[in-house]
Design a binder for this molecule. Structure first.
Ligand code: IFM
Length: 451
């Protein structure tokens, strides 16, 4: 059966590249954060990660051999612009030019993310995302990247998961820079959305034919029961986790509920005139990363806004997250109904299991195959139900550095032995290869215009 859905895989620069001190790359705030005692599981770091910086060609060969037609990757800001300001680093430009051309040469269509969390340390030193200047610097950076690399990909994602780059980073303390200040977090959230607006405007001006969108992490959130307290807290949780990031992009305002939870958003020094117009300028698609399906239970004793989030069963993954594909289906229907008639791309979805090499030299992961069968099925069902979903990217192509969890959480379709850098496609990679072959993606376009 052929569909017009693009089936791909996804990664992010800091999680796979390694070579953090090579090719003129500058430090990012993740390089700094990972050195803090206790920040990363087992004290691990991403200095080598999957060594993709040196092995990118073999990795793309492997991807092509699995028949994967689309690859979502991210550009490292600190590799391209080591201080976050000024001219681009020629070695960084060369690396990504080779990588993007390498995709096209193998018949793989790149989907490129401009920001997947690796903020140049000098910008972090000047205040990071809570400072408006960071969003402005990102807009300038975007313009340079578009000029150098814009012609090598047709689909661009401005910002990956602003909720993580704001709240997990500046409030919950679990991601770089590891702060625990809710006020910083909401400022960061607005500036990340503004950065999306600046980048989108830059694309429209410099490369109007590019297809551009933002990717948000969206959770399926329902009340634990129909008790009034659970219902009210579920509404609040949805506003904090989904509405805060979707309303301004798709409705042009934060809305009353979000503003009542975050009164800082009514401060004209933070949300300046014109910001919401930039943020809500129409994109070409909306990106959705989806992992969690939670029930919200009111609990006065919870330090987390007076509620607890309970994963919907079954939760077979090593992260204890749900394997409930109906949640992705419901989410796609809901986004299309509630927020936008733009095409939807599932830019990340995947699961961790305790993968290991068995005596036959293989990695058997029937749980991941079960997961993928369900979630790709949910995408197909949503499409059949009239939702304009156009793409699905499995997270992740290969096991990688899972942020504060280090190498302990394996999301890959391809197993990576981090000691030897051997890659072993798991059974799920073969399953996905066969699935893709049976649900052929549209042929990649070739529109390479930049030399
Ligand atoms: O690994 C991350 C990715 O960088 C962003 N989205 C969620 C993934 C799994 O936690």
């Amino acid at each position: 059966m052929s569909t017009d859905i693009v089936w791909g895989v996804a990664t992010a620069a800091f999680q796979i590249e390694g070579a953090t001190a090579e090719g003129g790359r500058g430090p990012s705030h993740w390089d700094t954060f990972q050195q803090q005692p206790g920040a990363i599981f087992h004290g691990e770091d991403a200095d080598v990660a999957c060594d993709h910086y040196h092995r990118w060609a073999e990795d793309l060969d492997l991807m092509a051999s699995l028949g994967i037609p689309a690859y979502r990757l991210s550009l490292s800001w600190s590799r391209l612009q080591p201080t976050g300001r000024g001219q681009l680093n020629p070695d960084g430009v060369r690396f990504y030019r080779d990588l993007l051309r390498g995709c096209r040469q193998r018949g793989i269509e790149p989907y490129v993310t401009l920001y997947h969390w690796d903020l140049p340390q000098p910008l972090a030193d000047e205040g990071g995302w809570p400072a408006r200047a960071t969003a402005e610097a990102f807009g300038d950076y975007a313009r340079l990247v578009i000029a150098e690399l814009g012609g090598l990909a047709e689909n661009w994602i401005t910002i990956n998961e602003p909720i993580c780059a704001s709240f997990l980073s500046y409030d919950w303390g679990m991601q770089a820079p590891g702060h625990t200040d809710p006020d910083e977090a909401i400022r960061a959230a607005h500036h990340l959305l503004l950065a999306h607006g600046f980048a989108l405007a830059a694309f429209r001006e410099i490369l109007p034919e590019a297809r551009v969108g933002i990717t948000n992490l969206l959770s399926r959130i329902r009340p634990f029961s129909d008790a009034a307290a659970d219902m009210a807290k579920a509404t609040e949780a949805d506003a904090r986790m989904n509405g805060l990031f979707m309303q301004p992009v798709h409705h042009g305002s934060y809305g009353e509920l979000v503003e009542s939870l975050f009164p800082q958003l009514t401060d004209p020094d933070l949300v300046r005139e014109g910001d919401l117009q930039l943020i809500s300028a129409p994109g070409d698609f909306t990106g959705i990363n989806h992992y969690t399906n939670v029930l919200v239970k009111a609990d006065d004793t919870s330090p987390f806004h007076g509620y607890r989030m309970i994963q919907v069963e079954p939760t077979p993954t090593s992260f204890d997250w749900s394997d409930t594909p109906e949640a992705l289906h419901a989410l796609l229907v809901w986004v299309a109904h509630e927020y936008t008639d733009l095409p939807l791309l599932v830019t990340e979805n995947g699961a961790t299991f305790h993968d290991y090499v068995t005596p036959d030299g293989q990695v058997h992961d029937p749980e991941r195959i079960h997961y993928l069968e369900g979630y790709t099925g949910a995408v197909l069902q949503a499409r059949a139900d009239g939702v304009d979903v156009r793409g699905y990217f499995a997270w992740s192509f290969m096991d990688n550095f899972e942020w504060s969890w280090g190498y302990s959480m394996r999301f890959g379709l391809v197993f990576v032995d981090f000691g030897t850098q051997e890659r072993i496609p798991k059974d799920s990679a073969h399953w996905y290869r066969d699935f893709i072959a049976g649900h052929a993606s549209p042929l990649p376009t070739s529109k390479e215009t930049t030399a």
